[in-house]
Design a protein around this ligand. Structure first.
Ligand SMILES: CC(C)(COP(=O)(O)OP(=O)(O)OC[C@H]1O[C@@H](n2cnc3c(N)ncnc32)[C@H](O)[C@@H]1OP(=O)(O)O)[C@@H](O)C(=O)NCCC(=O)NCCS
Length: 172
């Protein structure tokens, strides 16, 4: 199993055992405000999403990670590696993404986790470029792209949702 460790965090592939902690995070309106259509997720939606994530790991050998605290392993969020199929104009591409439970915001966990995923993608998977799609108004997430040294590649609109996004990129 792929396990990534940082100073304060441990990242491992999402499994069906993660539905419970992720349901809580995904049901938080503040967390979900700038993700997808901006709505919190139901239990059924989170279950479906987790199934999709575990299938991705099975089929591709990479995918979204659960971010846990080092030591206890307590899940606090997601560090996502996925294909941004919702934005066909930037394909082919692989996206790195982040989502942290609200009670843990502001401690630099998202950039710390994302940096580990980026290193994994470049060094272990041999990827050459990663993107991040961020809602135009998501200033916290824009800050994370800055902390990671990503550059603004374009501003566009997600066609199905009509959501304005900034696309950032990072090259190996
Ligand atoms: C974006 C997100 C992952 C950042 O995670 P994090 O671990 O808090 O990241 P950081 O601690 O580095 O903080 C990044 C920025 O968030 C903002 N922030 C920090 N604490 C905050 C809080 N309590 N409330 C609101 N914003 C806060 C600040 O602008 C901060 O930048 P700064 O460090 O220059 O002050 C987190 O806010 C989150 O999960 N948001 C909801 C999900 C989401 O939008 N994901 C991104 C989709 S593209």
């Amino acid at each position: 199993m792929t396990v990534l460790r940082t100073e304060r965090l441990v990242l491992r592939p999402v499994t069906t055992a993660d539905v419970e902690p992720l349901v809580e995070i995904n049901a938080d309106t503040e967390v979900m405000r700038y993700i997808g259509n901006g709505s919190p997720r139901t239990l059924a939606e989170t279950r479906t999403a987790v199934e999709k994530m575990t299938r991705h790991w099975d089929e591709q050998g990479w995918g979204p990670f659960v971010v846990g605290l080092a030591g206890t392993g307590e899940p606090i969020g997601l560090a996502i590696l996925a294909v941004p199929g919702f934005l066909p104009e930037i394909l082919p591409a692989v996206e790195v993404g982040w989502r942290i439970g609200r009670n843990r915001w502001g401690r630099g966990y998202a950039p710390e986790a994302a940096a580990a995923v980026i290193r994994f993608a470049f060094e272990e998977l041999g990827m050459e470029r990663l993107v991040s799609c961020v809602h135009r108004d998501n200033t916290a997430s824009v800050r994370v792209t800055e902390k990671l040294g990503m550059s603004l590649e374009r501003e566009t609109t997600v066609p199905d949702l009509e959501v304005p996004v900034k696309v950032y990129e990072l090259r190996a």
